[in-house]
Design a protein around this ligand. Sequence first.
Ligand code: AMP
Length: 316
Amino acid sequence: MNPILVVGSVALDTVKTSAGFIEDGLGGSATYFSLAARYFAPILLVGVVGEDFPREHKALLRDRGIDCSGLETAAGETFRWSGKYGKDANVAKTLATHLNVFKDFRPKLDEAHRSAPVVFLANIDPELQSEVLSQMKEPALVACDTMNFWIDSKPAALKELLSKVDIFFCNEEEAEKLAKRPNPLQAAEVIASWGPSVVVVKKGEHGALMKIGSRIYIFPPYPMAEIKDPTGAGDTFAGGFLGYLASCGVYDDVGHLKRAMAYGTTMASFNVEDFSTRNIEDLDRDRIDERFHDFLDRMSVPRAEDLLKSRRPVAA
Ligand code: AMP
């Protein structure tokens, strides 16, 4: 098995959506990622929480098999984020970001951390993402994510980081802002010119696209009648995507990358069905694969010659 090292925020989130409200719920980019990716590969989590971080949250991560030896507890308060979503569930309005213990966090990786073949630099200060990457031995795959907060406050550090990563994940709004382009296709083109060989742009309820070389691959979303809380959808997407690739140990094959997009979509669809991490805490591979295959089936359009072999009447 190929372990994935993830560094990113471990947070207490206060979120309001049209379906309800949650105060100080378990959140953070590294948390969502780890909970989703652990169905596919062993996870080594690197981050920091404050003394106020509830014991049961740490126990939840450990009980799910996530290696928390790199999750420090420091004097001070846990990272906190609060946001709200209006009618458009694709765009979070950040109300407050309190870095707290992340302000002075200097991660020290041990031998197992440094040897991980896959690294995910989840959304956090790009200088911290670079610091972790510089301690890694020789990872086979490096991926990262970011968000508006860092695009606005540390654009140079982010661009420097992007020259060292293989896969970059972001949402549509962030891609356009970062690349200063009016649409996701143009934005992905600019971002790819800075380094990443694969650029994944997520468009919330409108699906996602993946740019590899000169080709763009498009993916619909898994159809959901109700989205309760979109927080963490991007990180669970990355968790399904990288978890799947790590489970195969193949990182540069277009077919595997397309399947990774479908696993990312599948994991994100579970996440948005409930607040915080509730709906991704206790899934299993059978449920995940059932939805994954359903998604593949819905996406596929038969070739004319295949219609003759198997016809599927509309009404059963
Ligand atoms: P997502 O909805 O996938 O983009 O990520 C949501 C998660 O990102 C939330 O659980 C937040 O705690 C976390 N988050 C929000 N702002 C930041 C930030 N500036 N740096 C790191 N993590 C953040």
